[in-house]
Design a protein around this ligand. Structure first.
Ligand code: 5AD
Ligand code: SF4
Length: 349
């Protein structure tokens, strides 16, 4: 175990066999050591800074039916909403006033937002705020569509791969395809976006092999950002009553990702914060260095219920975030927080 951790820290790479050995034999003291190595790695790459993002959930319509998600199309209990361009701009102005330099526009896969509508929204934002980064998180689209949005000024794109085990992926995503999802990630990277991938911890049937698949996939894809969060079972989905993902496993995955991809931007996710009262602090101690704060209109927030009990920290609560991260010797950085040394190269994923 000692040798594997040492190799991971110094070489930032492990074979599948080593990863599986590590996952199968991690004792409590090894885990603490892993967290420490990951935290030190963050200090080495980005320093003790946590980057903040303003997250705007602009539509909760979704044409997909992911088995874990409260916004899936078959959930008729959701009151659906869409924000207009004007409403979006009003919300972002609040974030701008507070000094936010990254806005994440997130939504379900909602065909209402055509390329034309989105191009107009992105151009308006980039025109108004010259020095902000715009991140899209709007699911799978054609390569042409991704190109248009990039040319309109979008800088980054979040599209979690959800799980890199094809069989598991297919069992949870009726009507979708694993191959297409991966193709989308490659397209986004080739176009020039800073790409965010990531996965859910604790999906039904998850094994150490699944976790290793995820980590090895990330190592090959080399995304700029990686979002990892525990499953939180939603009562109005096929995964109702299913056990939530483990906090410990989530933190272990954050650490391993930090060590495999030292330059990645890794959020302490909302899901982690929802399941754990000190999710942000624990996330940072395990290698995270980003936090996404909510800037959606109040009426929208309740309706954007991916899972129950979502712990929302909003953009006005920066002070609280500052105090919390201070406990783990970090400070809030209000800059754009771009990836350092981003490698747009595509390997064989
Ligand atoms: N629990 C945890 N994460 C979820 N997501 C969707 N539903 C759930 C859930 N019930 C995650 C997916 C998606 C991201 C926006 O939220 O990974 O990509
Ligand atoms: Fe739609 Fe995303 Fe939820 Fe899947 S995870 S149902 S694509 S909002």
């Amino acid at each position: 175990m000692r040798e594997i951790l040492e190799k991971l820290y110094l070489k930032n790479s492990l074979t599948r066999e080593e990863l599986l050995y590590l996952l199968g034999n991690l004792m409590e003291n090894d885990r603490d050591k892993l967290y420490r190595l990951a935290y030190n790695t963050t200090l080495r790459t980005y320093g003790n800074r946590i980057f903040v993002r303003g997250l705007l959930e602009f539509t909760n319509y979704c044409k997909n039916n992911c088995n874990y998600c409260g916004l899936r199309r078959d959930n008729k209990k959701v009151e659906r909403y869409r924000l207009s361009k004007e409403e979006i701009l009003v919300s972002l102005e609040e974030g701008n006033k507070l000094g936010y330099k990254t806005f994440v526009l997130q939504g379900g896969e909602d065909p209402y937002y055509t390329d034309e509508i989105l191009v107009d929204i992105i151009k308006s934002i980039k025109n108004r705020y010259k020095d902000v980064a715009v991140t899209l998180s709007i699911g799978e689209r054609s390569r042409e569509s991704y190109e248009k949005l990039y040319n309109a000024g979008a800088d980054r794109f979040l599209l979690r791969h959800e799980t890199a085990t094809k069989k598991l992926y297919d069992s949870l995503h009726e009507g979708m395809s694993f191959e297409h999802r991966i193709k989308c990630l490659i397209n986004l990277k080739e176009i020039g976006y800073q790409v965010g991938a990531g996965f859910i911890v604790g999906l039904p049937g998850e094994t150490n092999e699944t976790l290793a698949d995820n980590l090895l996939f990330l190592k090959r894809l080399e995304p700029a950002m990686v979002g990892i969060g525990p499953l939180i079972s939603h009562p109005d989905t096929p995964l109702r009553g299913f056990e939530n993902g483990s906090i410990e496993t989530t933190l272990t995955m954050i650490s391993l990702t930090r060590l495999l991809l030292p330059n990645a931007l890794i959020p302490a996710t909302t899901a982690l914060n929802t399941l754990s009262s000190e999710g942000l602090e624990k996330g940072i101690l395990a290698g995270a260095n980003v936090v996404m704060l909510n800037l959606s209109p109040i009426e929208a927030r309740k309706k954007y219920e991916i899972y129950k009990g979502k712990e929302i920290t909003d953009i006005h609560q920066l002070k609280k975030i500052e105090e919390r991260v201070k406990k783990v010797s970090f400070k809030v950085d209000m800059g754009r927080g771009d990836h350092i040394n981003y490698n747009g190269r595509i390997k064989d994923v």
